[in-house]
Ligand binder design. Structure first.
Ligand code: HEM
Ligand code: FPP
Length: 314
């Protein structure tokens, strides 16, 4: 009897932990961290301090989680209406909004304290500005009011590399702002490709996402222009900024070519949901690989191998 009670209590505890974990929309956080880490590697020219890296990624995780929990509280009404989001912890009644709010505040305070105690004030303030921007500017002011919501709101998701750079150097220079611009320009193709697939969900709850307001053809045309802008932006890190080398440059061109091809195919078939899905998935892989290229390019070993090849050829 006592054994059964214990098992049931453990199961309940596990359910609660799982619900709070889901509130943080955990699947998005790793890519935010990858952009932070890439920025840190670049800022430290491949020799990043592992303790600083660990604390910054932990602080970044806590800040992003706090922002997402607040978004879940604010959007609980529309999340309840949409099929995709109905099973989230708040609309499904597994977590009360007041408890979620305490959780979000605790996560935010822990994040800021970590940055303040172990890194620096600037990176802490930048992380907090990410929470405020995502909540206030994107979720409150823009999401339900304009089809430009994710263009301007995308700035929140572009802040993590600023946090990473500030954590290493204590300030911001051109390179982190280029990283910010890359993610800013990447966000519309990333999100609108997804929005093309789930347009009806957003229409049902009157969220004015671009495909709902302007239709598929206009959305895809805009995806096309943003994609064309991202690629030259990625190359600014090589020239004139000089924060990355030619290995990164070559990979950025290759990835950019695939990105353009996928967007072009969608432009020819704006109603094809499979092509939209393929572009959405690729957008994630694109940013992941671009960041990996930044890290590999920054490593001292890469520079040494490059010098050996140059000497061999000349
Ligand atoms: C305003 C900007 C953005 C909006 C509105 C947005 C929206 C979304 C939505 C609605 C999903 C589907 C999630 C789900 O079904 O639960 C998604 C997936 C995803 N997003 Fe974004 N996103 C934005 C920016 C970003 C940024 C900046 C990153 C990272 C750098 C990112 C990374 C991801 C990833 C990795 C997934 C896939 C998650 C999975 O495995 O299902 N997103 N995004
Ligand atoms: C530095 C820092 C803390 C930055 C925070 C950045 C952050 C949390 C970005 C997330 C962007 C995102 C995935 C939005 C989802 O949109 P949505 O909420 O409209 O999606 P939904 O339709 O699934 O609810």
């Amino acid at each position: 009897m006592i054994g059964t009670d214990l098992v049931r209590r453990n199961e309940n505890l596990l359910q609660v932990v799982r619900s709070y974990y889901q509130l943080t929309k955990p699947r998005i956080i790793p890519l935010l961290l990858i952009t932070t880490a890439a920025s840190m590697w670049m800022a430290s020219k491949g020799e990043v301090d592992s303790f600083k890296l660990f604390i910054t990624l932990l602080g970044g995780t806590l800040a992003a989680a706090s922002a997402q929990v607040m978004n879940c509280i604010y959007d609980r009404d529309i999340d309840y209406e949409m099929l995709r989001t109905r099973t989230r912890p708040i609309p499904s009644g597994r977590v009360q909004s007041s408890h979620a709010l305490i959780f979000a505040v605790v996560l935010g305070v822990m994040s800021f304290s970590l940055f303040l105690a172990y890194i620096n004030l600037l990176s802490g303030l930048l992380a907090m500005s990410g929470i405020v921007f995502y909540m206030l500017v994107y979720t409150h002011f823009l999401k339900r009011n304009t089809p430009q919501n994710i263009v301007i709101g995308g700035a929140a998701g572009s802040i993590p590399p600023l946090v990473g750079w500030a954590a290493v150097t204590g300030d911001l220079s051109w390179a982190p702002w280029i990283l910010f611009a890359i993610i800013f320009l990447w966000t519309p193709p990333h999100f609108w490709a997804l929005a093309l697939m789930i347009k009806d969900d957003y229409a049902q709850v009157n969220v004015p996402m671009m495909p709902v307001i302007e239709g598929e053809e206009s959305t895809v045309r805009q995806i096309w222009w943003y994609t064309l802008l991202v690629i030259p932006c990625t190359l600014l890190l090589v020239y004139p900024v000089g924060a990355s080398g030619w290995l990164y440059g070559a990979i950025a061109i290759l990835l950019g070519a695939i990105f353009i091809k996928k967007t072009w195919l969608l432009k020819q078939n704006p109603f094809d949901k499979d092509m939209a899905k393929s572009l959405f998935k690729f957008s994630i892989l694109y940013l992941m690989l671009l960041c990996t290229a930044m890290v590999v390019d920054s490593l001292p070993l890469t520079r040494e191998v490059f010098m050996v090849i140059i000497n061999f050829v000349s």
